[in-house]
Design a protein around this ligand. Sequence first.
Ligand SMILES: NC(=O)c1ccc[n+]([C@@H]2O[C@H](COP(=O)([O-])OP(=O)(O)OC[C@H]3O[C@@H](n4cnc5c(N)ncnc54)[C@H](O)[C@@H]3O)[C@@H](O)[C@H]2O)c1
Ligand SMILES: O=C(O)C(=O)C[C@@H](O)[C@H](O)[C@H](O)COP(=O)(O)O
Ligand SMILES: [Zn+2]
Length: 362
Amino acid sequence: MKEVVRVELGARAYDIVIAPGILADAGREIALPKSGRPQLVVTDETVAAAHLATLAAALDRPIDPVIFPAGEATKNWRSFETLVERILAAGVERGDAVIAFGGGVIGDLTGFAAAVARRGCEFVQIPTTLLAQVDSSVGGKTAINAGAGKNLVGAFHQPSRVLIDPELLDTLGPREMRAGYAEVVKYGLLGDADFFAWCEGNGAALLAGDRAAQVHAIAHSCRMKAAIVAEDERETSGRRALLNLGHTFGHAFEAETGFSDRLLHGEAVATGMVMAFAFSAHRGLCSAEDAARAQAHLAASGLPVSPKGFGFDVDALVHHMQQDKKAAGGATPFVLARAIGDAYLDKTVALADVATFLAPKL
Ligand SMILES: NC(=O)c1ccc[n+]([C@@H]2O[C@H](COP(=O)([O-])OP(=O)(O)OC[C@H]3O[C@@H](n4cnc5c(N)ncnc54)[C@H](O)[C@@H]3O)[C@@H](O)[C@H]2O)c1
Ligand SMILES: O=C(O)C(=O)C[C@@H](O)[C@H](O)[C@H](O)COP(=O)(O)O
Ligand SMILES: [Zn+2]
């Protein structure tokens, strides 16, 4: 069950290796520091308790762990400073890889620190959540959250390798599995109607731990993301922006819930994708049937599909949408859909229309 997906980026190309049990081979898969000094591994408290000993044994080299509290709140300036200082103090050279061992929070934070320490060190992603295995470990978007909003400080910095062991998902909580599954469904909704139908048929088995279904979904998601990133690494042509389906709504929901466990990233994206489809139907762009079908599958998978009940204020949400990194010339483009599997970047949306659409749903 081993799959290798290449991210074709010229001098920055790398492999994503997907195989159950591959964590035990980490020592052979990753080039360790030539100086023989301990390997820096960045992780969080939960992942450290469950899996750090296995990684340390696999590396067969002393490790220097940097362990952060679990959760979105760790993606902040303070953690960033702490990590950069630790990388420098440890004597990590540009050619040495820092290992990011955790979910998207650890991957985004480590990637950003690696991007700036000594003006750029290598880093390797060993993602431990479904979300990180299908999305955040691939493509080189790295970031922390800022006072003004989600992921507003960061860099494009590609990892040199991604090692994905689906067996790590056996210790992941059901809520975090579902949140990661939202990003799996995203690939079907944005560009692959057949894969969305596969999700409708196999999502429940995947969430219940079916390994073959997990490997299929991870490999398919990584293949789709690798192709998009290879075409538009820095989100300039509009192609990569499709991976942002549901995120302009979702990031505003996350900001307004204080980047806390009131609403996980994948949950915000699930609700955001439902809003993007409903808004598309409202504008006559896609059928009401497709919007209802997208919502029905996300809801059946146990994901939140409505922004009601959070006490959201429409003006505050719209203010966050103005901060979206895709904004240009004072306007925020939205990823909308013509159908399931056919998303596109719409630059004609007025935020006043979004506010009018959203207000009765809050
Ligand atoms: N860079 C990108 O392209 C990209 C893409 C998608 C999401 N993201 C970012 O990723 C973040 C969300 O990532 P996430 O959902 O992985 O969250 P996360 O990193 O907070 O992990 C979720 C929870 O699962 C725990 N956990 C991780 N692995 C585990 C395991 N194997 N067993 C048990 N518990 C485990 C963590 O300790 C944490 O409590 C957000 O900040 C989002 O913005 C980035
Ligand atoms: O890789 C991308 O491109 C994505 O948009 C993937 C998203 O799932 C991810 O949440 C990303 O971090 C959002 O990007 P941002 O540029 O809106 O911060
Ligand atoms: Zn996302």
